[in-house]
Design a protein. Structure first.
Length: 207
């Protein structure tokens, strides 16, 4: 596996009752997995089945804070609560605690690095939080830049239909180039990289 081209497909800001199922349908269609970085307050009775479906498809669930604030502006106690409340709720639903964290807005601080005991994850992106960016442009940005070891940052947020459309090009396009999709933890493991590096935020596990 060390010599295979491996990437992790990741999604932020869910779960969403409309967009997340469409993303999961595509993952199931192409038999690939992804990692979902969830916002705690968006985990409700109506979205719990989506999280359970993610697990059933071989995906994993990670931490993206409770309220998606600018955590780099927050005191230590508030930072810890954002993380702990989210991880606890995820554990209560699927019995697995998140092992990675993506900071909201990719905003970080020394305080965050000090009190969040999870590896920080960024990723290559295609500006897919911006509704003015077309599905075609999103797909082109990813396919033009992706390389072995990359973490791909996308969003299954409310109304994000252009990313669903883009995935119809991104996933088969990468499979045709012999990329293999793995969960974020597997990406580090199979490349032989320890993610626990102090004060580092990862976009590619080989860099």
């Amino acid at each position: 596996m060390m010599n295979k081209k491996l990437v992790a497909l990741t999604f932020d800001d869910g779960p969403d009752i409309d967009i997340t199922p469409k993303v999961l349908d595509l993952l199931e269609k192409y038999h690939v997995v992804a990692s979902f970085f969830l916002i705690g307050e968006r985990i409700t009775e109506s979205t719990k089945p989506l999280i359970q479906r993610q697990i059933s498809l071989g995906c994993d669930i990670q931490n993206h804070s409770w309220t998606h604030p600018f955590m780099d502006k927050m005191p230590k106690e508030a930072i810890i609560k954002e993380i702990q409340d989210t991880s606890d709720l995820i554990y209560n639903i699927v019995g697995v605690a998140p092992t990675f964290f993506r900071p909201p807005f990719i905003a970080v601080s020394d305080e965050m690095y000090e009190c969040i005991d999870l590896p920080f994850i960024n990723g290559i992106n295609c500006l897919d939080w911006d509704p003015t960016v077309s599905a075609e442009d999103r797909a082109d940005m990813i396919l033009s830049n992706v390389k072995d070891g990359d973490i791909i940052l996308l969003h299954d947020l409310v109304g994000n239909v252009n990313t669903v459309k883009a995935l119809e090009t991104i996933i088969p396009g990468m499979l045709e180039r012999d990329f293999e999709f793995v969960n974020i933890g597997k990406l580090f493991e199979l490349k032989g990289i320890n993610p626990n590096v102090k004060n580092k935020i990862w976009t590619n596990v080989l860099e």
